[in-house]
Design a protein around this ligand. Structure first.
Ligand code: HEM
Length: 497
């Protein structure tokens, strides 16, 4: 049976003739071919077979973390000259613009989970520079729960579903956190008002890790990146978030899309904290410990530029779902620090992309650098960019390259002095790990402290008593008042603590 443009539909479209994936015109898309009016479907109906077979393969693995998210295109504009700190070309001139694609996300929930969960928010920005892509893969919080990558899979397991019940489980969640007290800084942020941002536009983004900026002569300085929202910080209280999780689970996704659609473009001031060599020596390992921030008094924000998001994706799957960010995607002039977590992430992201999207994930248009790719990698599933054509696929060759730049200094800054033998050197928990959480707790108003304690008790009261006791001792170690408030809230919820 034929299918014509419906008479009441808005416009007779210009999308043209329906085709198979092979480009062949499709005669019938509403009725399958059958052996006579009453007979079974025919296998010769190629369009039907292709349509079902493609549908059967529509889902790809979702991200193991940060599965639920939304993204938008935009640009980054340099507002302040920091070319004395870095030779990164996209930063070399005030007024210079670089296209970006940004993806925001929650962390623990699955692809269909609610946007208003109490969870850190991912804040990942891909800068399409003239020297390939730089990805800033941060969060809306400046710190993290753990400081060694070897703990990450275990930590994430405790945020996901219980192996037997397939339900979120407060014992797992608090058991782990109470046994990893360095998590307390991030736990305090997560359980505070900032734990549920009002959409993706009203939150900051942070690299969290210390990275390095490298000048043309190979000298480098350690920096942390900050993206400060121009929309102002706005958060949602727990009760409202719970209601929204039921009535509008895509709240943040919708808010981002709608605001860009109506021309209300969100933007962020981008700045850095710069660490001088003598300060780096004083900070020691704290500089490479993502459970800690750099105090703003000592390390003021230095402006770099502004990021504006002004274009929605045309197709969610192509651009948002297939986007692949990695802290290891760096340009000359930006380099990693020895932060252990960062070092673990440098491996983990491209590894997961090869699993999630395939070995040629960098050829997918949203991930492909605008500046082009020129190397000796060939073949693999879905090699769609011409596969290097007839150019040489080996080096050294006598055919004219492509050649390495030999500019090692700007990507691998030398100067980090190492000592000692390789081995296992754990971070040792100390009073210093509780100072920043205490300082944070003490800037909260009375109301904010009450809400913090209440949010904690809502979850912690669901854990076993011995876990509650262990975690409560951590709140007391931060600040007596913090411990007292959480204890009071736990009792209110019937705990025998
Ligand atoms: C996503 C691993 C810590 C921010 C991911 C993904 C993995 C991962 C496997 C999924 C990526 C994908 O499928 O495309 C790890 C490991 C960590 C770690 C092993 C610690 C060793 C962190 C930290 C931050 C962070 C500390 C923030 C400072 C993000 C963001 C995404 C993400 C923003 C989502 C990127 C996107 O929008 O596609 N992480 N992560 N992660 N991670 Fe991490």
């Amino acid at each position: 049976m034929s299918h014509q443009h419906p008479a009441d539909a808005p416009n007779a479209s210009s999308f043209g003739t329906l085709t198979t994936g092979n480009g062949n015109p499709v005669p019938s898309n509403q009725t399958s071919q059958t052996a006579g009016p009453l007979g079974p479907v025919l296998i010769q109906d190629y369009h039907l077979i292709e349509k079902l077979a493609h549908f059967d393969r529509e889902r790809i693995p979702e991200r193991v973390v940060h599965a639920k998210g939304a993204g938008a295109h935009g640009y980054f504009e340099v507002t302040n000259d920091i070319s004395h700190l870095t030779c990164a070309k996209f930063l070399n001139k005030v007024g210079k613009r670089t296209p970006v694609f940004t993806r925001f996300s929650t962390v623990g929930g699955e692809l269909g989970s609610a946007d208003t969960a109490r969870d850190p928010r991912g804040f990942a920005v891909k800068f399409y520079t003239e020297e390939g892509n730089w990805d800033m893969v941060g969060n809306n919080t400046p710190v993290f729960f753990i400081r060694d990558p070897i703990k990450f899979p275990d930590f994430i397991h405790t945020q996901k579903r219980h192996p037997q019940t397939h339900l979120p489980n407060m014992d797992m969640f608090w058991d782990f956190l109470s046994l990893v007290p360095e998590s307390i800084h991030q736990v305090t942020i997560l359980m505070s008002d900032r734990g549920i941002p009002d959409g993706f536009r009203h939150m900051n983004g942070y690299s969290g890790h210390t990275l390095a900026l490298v000048a043309a002569d190979g000298s480098y300085k350690y920096v942390k990146w900050h993206f400060i929202t121009k929309q102002g910080i706005k958060c949602i209280h727990a009760k409202e978030a719970a209601v929204l999780a039921g009535t509008d689970p895509n709240y943040a996704t919708r808010d981002l899309f709608d605001s860009i659609e109506k021309g209300d473009y969100p933007s962020w001031d981008v700045s850095i904290q710069v660490v001088e060599q003598d300060q780096a020596e004083k900070l020691g390992n704290a500089l490479f410990d993502i459970t800690k921030v750099l105090p703003h008094k000592e390390f003021p924000l230095i402006p770099v530029g502004r990021m504006t998001l002004n274009r929605n994706p045309e197709n969610y799957f192509a651009e948002v779902e297939q986007s692949a960010f990695s802290p290891s995607f760096m340009v000359p002039g930006i380099a990693p620090s020895p932060d252990r977590m960062l070092q673990g992430r440098l491996f983990s992201y491209p590894d997961t992309h090869r699993h999630r999207l395939g070995t040629n994930f960098q050829q997918i248009p949203i991930n492909a650098p605008l500046s082009g790719v020129n190397n000796h990698q060939r073949d693999g599933f879905m090699a769609i960019n011409g596969n290097g054509g007839s150019k040489p696929n080996y080096e050294p060759n006598s055919l004219g390259g492509p050649y390495q730049t030999n500019n090692v200094t700007t990507t691998v800054p030398n100067g980090l002095t190492l000592s000692g033998n390789s081995g296992v050197y754990p971070f040792v928990l100390s009073d210093a790990d509780f100072k920043q959480p205490a300082a944070l707790y003490n800037i909260f108003t009375e109301d904010e402290k009450d809400r913090l304690a209440s949010n904690i008790a809502d979850g912690l009261s669901g854990a076993k008593l011995y876990i509650q006791k262990r975690q409560l001792a951590i709140f007391y170690r931060v600040d007596k008042d913090y411990g007292l408030r959480v204890e009071r809230e736990l009792r209110k919820r019937g705990s025998n603590i």
